[in-house]
Ligand binder design. Structure first.
Ligand code: SAM
Length: 391
């Protein structure tokens, strides 16, 4: 059955499609030599916000060590992301060149009542989400994770490659986007160790998700709250798919984009979930944001409303949502201090973390213990081990 919103988005895409066809016809009559008459670069209103980005995960076009540092035959490009970790692992993502649209996109958008923003570019919030996940890797240990509206799926892939998550499902409602996700999952499969990684077509208004209800410990999403027609579907999807029995939560990074975030959060409340919004959730991101506001840095036309992603934590239990947000912030500050201290003591961070900290951190979260005292305990255990090992 066609709903009002289905109808309005279909007609919107219908108009764009007609305009596109007209343009395609006129240019093929003036230039019969074009081998791909259907492929055009159309400037969309949804271009990457202001042409900048936070660049929290350094990237460049092409492979780093491979021999394919040129674009793919079908016009796709490869972008290499170097994770800011020891040994700097690299993920390579196949993407469309920014703002490239072809005729088939319109067909798919109409058929599935979806837009193609996931193909237009990798959006700045995804990069911040990926960095945020990397900085809170402990949260994901042994957990089932779902990314919604993932676009090219950088954040999901970063979790798969850098944390001990049990499973990462990277989803989107646009089947073309999911094709890219699937290819990118395969291309980086050597990086996942034990973590299972899958792609999934998951449209917030269309898919019957009852078979996977109450499955995920953590749901993540970036820049997915500006589609007002899908607000309710998105809120319901989160509610249905988050585990019902345990402390589970969704972590969204969303620019305000007018009143769209606010409207989405109204729906979140209506479906019976709680939320908490945090403006300053990472020192480095916040500093860049402050610099962009005063015109310093590399983001011309930085507009806070469209460019700065707020951290929204959603969950079924208000206390958990608030507590988890606080824990995230505390963990962030304490982990930094702890690392500094270990460096001063000339200890191997990875050794200590692998052996003690992650496990204790996890138990501290589960048992609701004070993290700092656990870290103190872990720190002295590490020191003792080091001494008894004679290292
Ligand atoms: C602005 S893009 C963000 C993509 C990616 N998270 C990023 O930040 O680069 C929004 C994404 O949501 C997806 N999307 C839009 N409406 C959707 C719906 N109803 N169900 C599922 N996915 C949807 C789009 O296909 C697109 O990939």
């Amino acid at each position: 059955m066609e709903t009002k919103s289905n109808h309005s988005s279909s007609s919107r895409w219908g108009i764009l499609r007609d305009a596109f066809l007209a343009q395609s016809r006129s240019s093929s009559s003036s230039s019969s030599s074009s081998s791909q008459p259907e492929k055009k670069r159309i400037s969309r209103t949804t271009t990457r916000a202001g042409g900048g980005g936070f660049n929290m995960i350094p990237c460049h076009r092409g492979f780093i060590n491979g021999n394919r540092n040129v674009d793919d035959d079908d016009g796709d490009v490869y972008v290499s992301y170097t994770l800011p970790l020891n040994e700097a692992p690299t993920l390579v993502l196949r993407q469309r060149p920014e703002n490239t649209v072809n005729l088939n996109d319109f067909h798919i958008c109409n058929k599935y009542n979806i837009d193609n923003t996931g193909l237009v570019c990798h959006w700045p919030s995804e990069d911040v989400l990926a960095y945020f996940c990397l900085s809170h890797a402990d949260m994901f240990r042994s957990k089932r994770i779902l990314e919604l509206g993932a676009g090219y799926g950088l954040a999901g892939l970063v979790i798969a490659a850098s944390t001990d998550a049990l499973e990462v499902v990277i989803s989107d409602g646009n089947p073309q986007v999911v094709d890219y996700i699937q290819r990118n999952i395969q291309a980086n499969s050597a990086a996942y160790a034990e973590t299972m990684v899958k792609s999934m077509i998951l449209h917030w208004n269309r898919e019957d998700v009852s078979n996977i209800s109450s499955t995920f410990d953590i749901i993540i999403a970036s820049d997915c709250t500006f589609f007002k027609e899908f607000h309710e579907g998105l809120a319901q999807t989160v509610k249905c798919l988050l585990k019902h029995s345990e402390a589970s939560e969704a972590i969204f990074l969303s620019p305000k984009r007018g009143n769209s975030l606010e409207k989405f959060l109204e729906k979140v409340r209506e479906v019976g979930l709680h939320f908490n919004i945090t403006e300053n959730y990472d020192e480095k991101v916040w500093q860049l944001h402050q610099n962009f506001i005063i015109g310093e840095g590399s983001w011309p036309n930085y507009e806070v409303d469209h460019c700065y992603p707020l951290l929204d934590t959603l969950g079924s239990d208000f206390a958990t949502v608030i507590e988890d947000t606080n824990k995230i912030l505390q963990l962030c500050a304490r982990r930094r201090r702890y690392r500094e201290r270990m460096v001063l003591e000339n200890m191997a961070v990875s050794e200590c973390e692998d052996e003690h900290v992650n496990v204790l951190n996890e138990s501290a979260l589960r048992l609701n213990l004070d993290w700092s005292s656990t870290v103190e305990h872990s720190y002295s255990t590490c020191t003792k081990n080091k001494i008894s090992n004679g290292s």
